[in-house]
Design a protein around this ligand. Structure first.
Ligand SMILES: [Zn+2]
Ligand SMILES: [Zn+2]
Ligand SMILES: [Zn+2]
Ligand SMILES: [Zn+2]
Ligand SMILES: [Zn+2]
Ligand SMILES: [Zn+2]
Ligand SMILES: [Zn+2]
Ligand SMILES: [Zn+2]
Length: 316
């Protein structure tokens, strides 16, 4: 497709590209769209706050709140650690486990990811009691995660991420249930702003990013929907544009509104007459944007689709 140095309305503003929600493993983050993985808003209130606990004198709510946001790892704020069901070792979270167990130091045969749904045992970060997965510590009564999803066995003390559990996705996502909706065709949660405006592609999110090949459904970094309906990481799209690539890697359609670029190319062509030798030379083209086949005059600057005025065309 045509490269241009001066892109009209950069995508940074998110105007042309519709931001989808982002997805996280354990609470996926959302951009303007939103949704991450992991969380279930309904269940999280069912903490077992009933026990009297051992903490002397403190009220139940004081016990629950103790240590809030003071524990965790680089991935999550939470007040428990997990015993990995696969290797029986203790880690702060499943990402910590996966990083450790998939590092270059581990023999390739022994590398593995933690089977998240098999998690059974956690260790309270305040009192050290090992116990079955639950929200409130069976010994000291502390809430081990202000957000807790029983289905995902997911804990998060950082409520600003607005974790929620999506039954359609089957995982917890971030970004707030009220800001998102689950599209059953695309198979993922998107920002409510995309509800009537996105192009549905069957299983759109159940694919790898076409640039970095990470599985998008479980990605914890921001994902966006292109006008063609294909999905890609926001950062991978930026990287593409940085290298002056403005066509979808999957279908070659333009990834944003290119009309200002086409205006510039119109002017460049008008200002650059081809030598007489070429004046009658015609070439057959296929438009990547609208799919029209046409015969157009040959020009070194570009080949314009007469149907939709795009220069994102290929010579046949
Ligand atoms: Zn971690
Ligand atoms: Zn405890
Ligand atoms: Zn969940
Ligand atoms: Zn969903
Ligand atoms: Zn959809
Ligand atoms: Zn990517
Ligand atoms: Zn596409
Ligand atoms: Zn066209």
């Amino acid at each position: 497709m045509v490269a241009m140095s001066n892109h009209p309305e950069s995508l940074d503003g998110g105007k042309q590209v519709k931001q989808i929600g982002i997805i996280h493993h354990d609470a996926v983050v959302t951009t303007s769209c939103s949704n991450s993985v992991e969380s279930s808003s309904g269940d999280c209130t069912s903490a077992s706050t009933g026990g009297t606990g051992n903490a002397s004198g403190a009220s139940a709510s004081e016990r629950l709140e103790k240590g809030h946001l003071q524990y965790g790892c680089s991935h999550y704020r939470r007040r428990c650690r997990i015993r990995a069901p696969c290797c029986n070792e203790i880690f702060d979270c499943r990402h910590c486990h996966n990083e450790a167990k998939n590092s270059m130091d581990v023999e390739s045969l022994h590398r593995h990811d933690l089977p998240r749904h098999e998690l059974q045992l956690i260790i309270c970060s305040l009192c050290g009691t090992e116990q079955e997965v639950r929200q409130a510590c069976i010994n000291c009564g502390v809430s081990m995660g202000k957000y807790f999803c029983e289905t995902c066995k997911f804990f998060d003390d950082d409520t600003s991420k607005q974790n929620y559990h999506c039954n359609g996705c089957g995982i917890c996502r971030t970004g707030g249930q009220e800001n998102s909706f689950h599209c059953y065709k695309c198979g993922c949660c998107y920002s409510i702003t995309l509800k009537d405006s996105h192009l549905c592609v069957e299983g759109a999110m159940h694919h790898d990013c076409p640039v970095c090949f990470e599985y998008l459904f479980e990605s914890t970094t921001d994902v966006t929907v292109l006008p063609c309906g294909h999905t890609i990481h926001v950062n991978c799209l930026k990287e593409m544009q940085h290298h002056l690539q403005y066509a979808c890697p999957l279908c070659s359609k333009s990834v944003c509104d290119m009309s200002k670029v086409w205006d510039k190319l119109d002017k460049a062509i008008a200002a650059t007459p081809m030598p007489e030798f070429y004046s009658n030379k015609m070439v057959g083209i296929l438009c990547n944007d609208c799919g029209a086949h046409s015969d157009v005059p040959f020009h070194v600057v570009g080949r314009k689709c007469p149907n939709c005025r795009s220069y994102n065309t290929r010579q046949k």
